[in-house]
Each structure stands twice: as C-alpha cells, then as structure tokens.
Design a protein around this ligand. Structure first.
Ligand SMILES: Cc1cc2nc3c(=O)[nH]c(=O)nc-3n(C[C@H](O)[C@H](O)[C@H](O)COP(=O)(O)OP(=O)(O)OC[C@H]3O[C@@H](n4cnc5c(N)ncnc54)[C@H](O)[C@@H]3O)c2cc1C
Length: 77
C-alpha cells in the first residue's frame, strides 16, 4: 500500500442554529444561491449552506453573493 486516506464524513457546525433556522437532513442551513435563509435579513454563506459543491471557490462566491444581497436588503429596509 502506497497511501491511505480516511474519510470521516461531514458534520456542519450548525447546532447553534437548530430551532432558529431550517436545516436539511445533513444539518446544513437551507439557503439558495442568494444565501438568503427563510428569515429576511439572515444569510448563510459557505459550506454551512445547502449546496452541491463545497470548495473554497464556492464559499467565496457565496460571500460575494451574500454581500450583494445584504446590501440590497439594507437599502430596501
Ligand atoms: C480535508 C479537506 C480538504 C479540502 N480540500 C480542498 C481543496 O483542495 N480545494 C478546495 O477548493 N476546497 C477544499 N476543501 C473544502 C474547503 O476547505 C471548504 O469548502 C472551505 O474552507 C469552506 O469555507 P467556509 O468559510 O465556508 O468554511 P470554513 O473554512 O470551514 O470556515 C468556517 C470557520 O468558522 C469557524 N466557526 C465554526 N463555528 C463557529 C462559531 N460558533 N463561532 C465562531 N466561529 C465558528 C470555524 O472555526 C472556521 O474557522 C477541503 C476541505 C477539507 C475538510
């Protein structure tokens, strides 16, 4: 054997939000591409949100999307 990679699975650190925000069966915060959650003004960006691909570039994209939508939300509030 030349190498071994042990995968321990994934567990998002979202316990803090249980009961406050809807989580999917994996424990990820339910939010779409806008990063907006079910609660107006509350956003979830990066690996914590429901998505297909969790990588640095998708987390960064979420940050940009969240910043844009938060600005819009604040301007309209
Ligand atoms: C082993 C491994 C290898 C990977 N390799 C790659 C790769 O090669 N290329 C790639 O693109 N992606 C890779 N990824 C995925 C990439 O690391 C993540 O998609 C990315 O880091 C997500 O960024 P994030 O900011 O959403 O979350 P994180 O980088 O996980 O940042 C979340 C931060 O929040 C902090 N935090 C958690 N709870 C609290 C709290 N209650 N209060 C305050 N702070 C808190 C954590 O300590 C952490 O610093 C890899 C991931 C793993 C686990």
């Amino acid at each position: 054997m030349d190498g071994l990679f042990i995968s321990i699975g994934r567990q998002p650190a979202t316990e803090l939000f249980a009961g406050q925000l809807s989580l999917d069966e994996g424990g990820y915060i339910i939010a779409g591409e806008s990063t907006q959650t079910e609660i107006p003004g509350v956003y979830a960006a990066g690996d914590v949100r429901t998505k297909q691909v969790r990588q640095i570039i998708t987390a960064e994209a979420d940050g940009a999307s969240a910043a844009h939508h938060i600005e819009q939300y604040l301007l309209e509030s």
